[in-house]
Write a protein that binds this ligand. Structure first.
Ligand code: PLP
Length: 392
């Protein structure tokens, strides 16, 4: 990165590690006949009615900026949706911000909450962007390792052990990427009570809320004591198969949300209007598609988890999202070795658990956002791969 002719890039950026996922995607993309269990996005196309609404909005000439907060009709629909789903109330005028996906929401949340050196507790293994977002905002991510034997759930005791006087917030991301873990309501309530006692913020990434298979999703902000200290992040990418439209939202009490809007206003201005129109339609007519897609993910979940366990790769049943996170400990390989050799020997792409931080060392992430047929073939190839390993 150093170039004597120009000054160095910022220290924050120089110290940032590149994503451990990208490397595998780039190699896999250059190969033929690869079955990818690597990608974290729906294999479905956005439902037609949603695409059509976007086409019609373009035909009608809607090509302008919207309010920085987002189109008020969309914000109103988001507030109604959250109220209907979880009984959590946000004022669409002041407490809902339409963002460029949860990605932007997370970045802005950190920039608004953190002063240099402030610490954020992050359960690991976790989504690849969480810790970099904290660091880029000048904060310090404090990873707390969660274990397969605890179903990758974090406890108040673990949080308390990681707490310091610099702790400002706890980042929760359930259902979890990469583990598929969810948190029972009572366990989340304990974390909320702890945050109240210690006066901490909660940032809750609930992008996989609709992809909850067993039981009900708990919206953190709906829990007693949580609302005033919680930033809820969610979006359209996963539930409605809308990753490329780049629409998400942040909800929080007015003082936090207006601060977020200030940052968003200067750096983004507003989310793209065509995506906003599509998202509005998704909330109007997308429900049956969500139910249908979730049903399909659920079938795939059972197939892949049963298959992995049959191969001796211990895998707890993920309760949400679309990832299985089996242990590869019995193979004697590291996660990186396993992923690399599986890709080169059998052309199956998975992500080494190390890409998601501590607790991922002996795991791989297998996305089941792909067809049943492809999952079957991937399992057959993995079986061949494992049979050839000397350790098994
Ligand atoms: N949060 C989690 C846990 C994710 O897995 C992803 C994408 O994979 C994102 C956020 C980013 O979502 P968006 O497309 O809304 O930016």
């Amino acid at each position: 990165m150093s170039n004597e002719a120009t000054p160095p890039l910022s220290r924050l950026v120089r110290e940032l590690a590149p994503s451990g996922i990208r490397k595998f995607f780039d190699v896999a993309a250059s190969m033929q006949d690869v079955i990818s269990l690597g990608v974290g996005e729906p294999d479905f196309v956005t439902p037609w009615a949603i695409r059509e609404a976007a086409i019609n909005s373009l035909k009608s000439g809607h090509t302008n900026y919207t309010s920085t907060y987002g189109d008020l009709r969309l914000r109103t629909a988001i507030a109604k949706h959250l109220d209907a789903m979880y009984g959590v109330r946000y004022d669409p005028k002041e407490e809902v911000l339409v963002t460029i996906g949860v990605s932007e929401g997370m970045d802005v949340a950190m920039r608004v909450l953190l002063d240099p050196g402030d610490e954020v507790i992050v359960p690991e293994p976790c989504y690849v962007s969480y810790k970099p977002c904290v660091a880029l905002a000048g904060g310090v991510p404090v990873g707390v390792e969660t274990l397969a034997s605890d179903q990758f759930r974090i406890s108040v005791e673990q949080i308390d052990a990681a707490w310091t006087p610099r702790t400002k917030a706890i980042l929760l991301g359930y259902p979890s990427n990469p583990t598929g873990a969810t948190m029972p309501r009572e366990a989340l309530q304990e974390i909320v009570d702890y945050a109240v006692r210690k006066n901490l913020y909660l940032i809750s990434d609930e992008i996989y809320d609709r992809l909850t298979y067993d039981g009900q999703h708990t919206c953190v902000a709906a829990l007693p004591g949580a609302w005033e200290r919680t930033i809820t992040l969610n979006g359209f990418s996963k539930a409605y198969a809308m990753t490329g439209w780049r629409i998400g939202y942040a909800c929080a009490p007015e003082p936090i949300l207006s601060a977020m809007n200030k940052v968003h206003n200067y750096s983004i201005l507003c989310a793209p209007i065509t995506g906003q129109m599509a998202a509005l339609e998704a909330l109007k007519v997308g429900e049956s598609s969500v139910v249908d897609m979730v049903g399909q993910y659920n079938q795939r979940r059972r197939l892949i988890v049963e298959g992995l366990n049959r191969l001796g790769l211990d895998c707890h049943m993920p309760q949400g999202a679309f990832y299985a996170f089996p242990s590869i400990a019995r193979t004697g390989l590291t996660a990186e070795e396993f992923a690399e050799r599986l890709l080169f020997d059998e052309k199956v792409a998975v992500v080494p658990g190390t890409a998601f931080g501590r607790g991922g060392e002996k795991h791989i992430r297998c996305s089941y956002a792909t067809s049943l047929e492809k999952i079957e073939i991937a399992l057959q190839r993995m079986e061949r791969f494992i049979k050839k390993l000397p350790a098994s």
